[in-house]
Design a protein around this ligand. Sequence first.
Ligand code: PHB
Length: 389
Amino acid sequence: MKKLAIAALAAALMGGVAHADTIKVGVVGPFSGPFGLQGKNFKAGIDAYMALNGNTVGDDTIEIIYRDIPTADPAQSKALSQELVVKEGVQYLAGFYFTPDAMAATPLLEQANVPMVVMNAATSAIVTKSPYVVRTSFTTWQTSTPIAKVAFDGGTKKVISVVSDYGPGVDAEAAFKTGFEAAGGQVVEAIRIPLQTNDFSPIMQRIKDSGAEGVFAFLPSGPTTLGFVKAFNENGLKEGIKFFAPGDLTQESDLPALGDAALGLTTTFHYAVSHDSAENKTFVEAAAKAIGNPAELSFPAVGAYDGMHVIYKMIEATGGDQDAAKAVEAVKGLSWESPRGPVTIDAESRHITQNIYLREVAKADDGTYFNKEIQTFEKQGDPGLKAAK
Ligand code: PHB
């Protein structure tokens, strides 16, 4: 009895006394290697958020600890996440560019009492793997569904789809096929290519030979997307085959290297660096300063910036205590004005509801290329969650 009473008293005292702490956030992403620019955008978004909002929440100081994972490597992601939790004592895990890396770390969360804020990985099912996953990026179901309607409404009836053969590619293929066939179109062939593919000429030949009027494509942004769009142009497909894709294929940081080859390509996506709003202006200024070269800015920066917003809200709600369930509960239904537009963390799925924009690559007066927003699909949830269950 006495022991119990003392324990209760100690707990009450600890809870009641404010104490300034350092709260560590572990961020896993590709900070070197071929996808290094994508990780650099995570860091730019995080730096921008902390530059604009400070590095403290209440009495607590926020410290970010980065771990580099150059390419999709689930075993390494699990090892790094475990090390962050056990050795570094992080209270939050965040980042995760590639789906397999996010998936591999989800089994750790409940036991470790740590929420995961996914800042990029885009396969619908990730949020179903643990109640402690919250996502501030997008899913390929969410970004690829509207382009199917755009393709059909624009007069294209036969499409060949080409996707990277892993989670977000398989989801993108299903999203496009579902939307396009519901509208009345036909996917005449569906090709899945290994993630490591870097010679796209044989694929371009298959697209030509398929008799399709258009191609739908998804590959993860990076050297992959640059190579694919370059090959599409260099193999002469731009003349004659219509191009449909989510915005990963025309990320802003690829546009200088693509040049006129990208002009006119239409994509649907949650974020364009050119988005016209006060929030985005503030964000782009801070993120450009953080990254150094503004031409390197791309969508992982906004996923990370909004991810930090969610983490700050979680820290606020828990008063800095390590309580993953309470932290996640506090952001269910949270709405705010993101640089991308109005967003909400859907209370049921813990995935972000957001506008998806139709954009076209255009050239500005100063000769730079940008994604010009031309149509808005408002408040899109994730249609893939039904498929993921
Ligand atoms: C993913 O692996 O989930 C992923 C990576 C890059 C993208 C989209 C999705 O551009």
